[in-house]
Design a protein around this ligand. Structure first.
Ligand code: XMP
Length: 517
């Protein structure tokens, strides 16, 4: 792999993704991993990421020069560029010129390895206080910016390269070309990381790992569990049994999507547990949000556990036991939890995190090397239905936390219809990729007066909560065009008898969370 050495700012994941967008496989390693260990991973190239500090600051992450002299092609970016310059005998100092944000780089050699085929002036995104004032011996300076005389250098013989700016950031217009030039021309790598090859590789390694054991997988209807299941199914076919707990809190058409479309597309062996009544009974009369969440989580685990016991109890004809449990863990979870392996990485909110000890499974995590966008590409490659592949986030507790007040079957039916209309119109307006998600919330204990035809109504309001976000940690309310909102509102109040008012939530996060409960 190409290894991205993470010097501690938020850039490493982005760099790794960009490398993969260039169809080259990459992984992230922490900067404090000993050079020996890094090199033992047999890197095809190294990329030193940006970082928060000055190379001279106390406690600044250091760069082991062994990484630079092992004969592996290296690209240093921002802090990595400076650390590299310093380790190779160049000079890094506070020149008093700081650059933050967009500026222009002058390229002095547009036939150099990094800048081949690019204009001699290009917008670049920078974030540095110190600058390299003298390049190390043997390094050719190939670019300057107003704040950095040495803004890029290269040494083709030693296959060492560096840029002061951030090529991984979209504001650096030719950044992706710079990265690709490094990978292909500098490091001589082949661009073979395509979803077709990814599927092939993963299928092979799943087969090796599983052997002839059996595997169980909890399907939620979301992207990750669906793609994970489809991959394992492609690898070991009938040895996989999927369990889908229908808790009755899904949106219109979602249970059918899993029960029919997903099965039709993948041929997976699916056990559907209809637990709708059980969840309704457990939730009856409960209005407190946290209590609702706890009840839903608890019931889910109980139902899944029982289903798992049933599946495990039925060994196949040859008596092969169920040995593996599939989890849809993604690469960012792995990186954020320290890159270790195994059970420590189970997401705490994951639906099947709390299985009892006597059901002992080994975890199989087929997506643990993939970013979300790659999971989607793999899903498409496996012909998982697009409605699932492109599904927006939907909370595990489902519509249960979108009814403000107690949950019952009638209220669920009302919300399901209103939600289906909103989703249909947003999709028609082409807004699905612009908005992160648009919860529709039923204020079940609120009534307001309205008029329909010549009659007075006393119905419920629903809230539209369209949000834009990068990662759900923060969000802003989406500026959905008025005509789209008008259409949604008029259709909901016309088609859903119990709803006579549609209101728009214009709160960002913080202070409001995305969901209302
Ligand atoms: P909040 O409401 O905290 O939501 O701003 C952030 C994101 O997380 C989703 N969400 C959940 N997802 N289980 C999940 O799998 C949950 O219990 C849960 N609660 C909220 C929410 O839809 C939003 O995308």
């Amino acid at each position: 792999p190409v290894l991205v050495v993470d010097f501690g700012a938020q850039y490493a994941q982005l760099i790794a993704r960009r490398v993969r967008e260039a169809s080259v496989y990459s992984e992230i390693v922490p900067h404090d991993m000993p050079a020996e260990e890094v090199l033992a991973k047999n890197p095809a190239a190294l990329i030193l990421s940006g970082g928060p500090s000055s190379v001279y600051a106390e406690g600044a992450p250091s760069l082991d020069a062994d990484l630079l002299t092992a004969g592996v092609p290296v690209l240093g970016i921002c802090y990595g560029f400076q650390a590299m310059a310093s380790a190779l005998g160049g000079t890094v100092e506070k020149t008093g010129l700081r650059e933050f944000g967009e500026t222009k780089a002058r390229i002095s050699d547009t036939s150099s390895t990094l800048f081949d085929g690019q204009p001699d002036e290009q917008p670049v995104w920078m974030s540095h206080g110190d600058s390299v004032s003298e390049a190390p011996e043997g390094m050719r300076v190939t670019a300057t910016t107003p704040g950095a005389e040495v803004a890029a250098f290269e040494d083709d013989e030693a296959r060492r390269y560096g840029v002061q700016w951030h090529p991984e950031v979209l504001h650096s217009t030719f950044g992706q070309r710079v990265l690709e030039n490094f990978l292909v021309r500098g490091a001589g790598l082949e661009q073979t990381w395509t979803s077709e090859n990814v599927v092939e590789d993963l299928v092979t390694s799943i087969r090796e790992e599983v052997g002839d054991a059996r595997v169980i997988c909890g399907l939620s209807g979301g992207v990750d569990s669906s793609v994970a299941a489809a991959l394992v199914q492609r690898a070991v076919g009938d040895q996989l049994t999927c369990v889908f707990v229908d808790h009755g809190l899904l949106r219109e058409g979602e249970a059918e999507q899993v029960e029919q479309d997903f099965v039709a597309a993948t041929g997976v062996d699916l056990l559907v547990v209809d637990a709708q009544q059980r969840f309704l009974d457990a939730l009856a009369g409960v209005t407190d949000p946290e209590t609702k969440r706890k009840i839903i989580g608890r019931e889910f685990i109980r139902v899944f556990e029982q289903a798992a016991r049933d599946v495990v109890g039925h060994a196949d004809a040859e008596g092969h036991p169920v040995k593996f449990l599939v989890q849809g863990t993604l690469y960012p979870d792995v990186v954020e939890s320290g890159g270790g392996s195994g059970a420590a990485n189970i997401k705490s909110h994951h639906n099947v995190g709390g299985l009892p000890d006597d059901l002992q499974f080994s975890l199989i995590e087929p997506l643990r090397t993939l970013f979300k966008d790659e999971v989607r590409q793999v899903g498409l490659e496996l012909e998982v239905p697009e409605a699932i592949v492109w599904r927006q986030p939907f909370p595990g507790p489902g519509l249960g936390i979108r009814i403000i007040g107690a949950v019952d079957a009638e209220r669920l039916a009302i919300l399901r219809r209103a939600d289906a209309i909103a989703r249909e119109e947003l999709t028609k307006a082409g807004l699905d990729r612009d908005i992160w998600q648009c919860p529709v919330v039923l204020l079940a204990d609120v009534r307001s007066v309205g008029v329909q035809g010549d009659g007075r109504t006393y119905g419920h309001p629903v809230v539209l909560r369209p949000v834009s976000s990068e990662d759900a940690m923060t969000a802003d309310w989406s500026r959905v065009p008025y005509d789209v909102l008008a259409k949604v509102s008029s259709r909901i109040t016309n088609e859903v008898e119990e709803v006579n008012r549609v209101v728009l939530d214009v709160t960002s996060k913080p202070p409001g969370t995305i969901e209302w409960e």
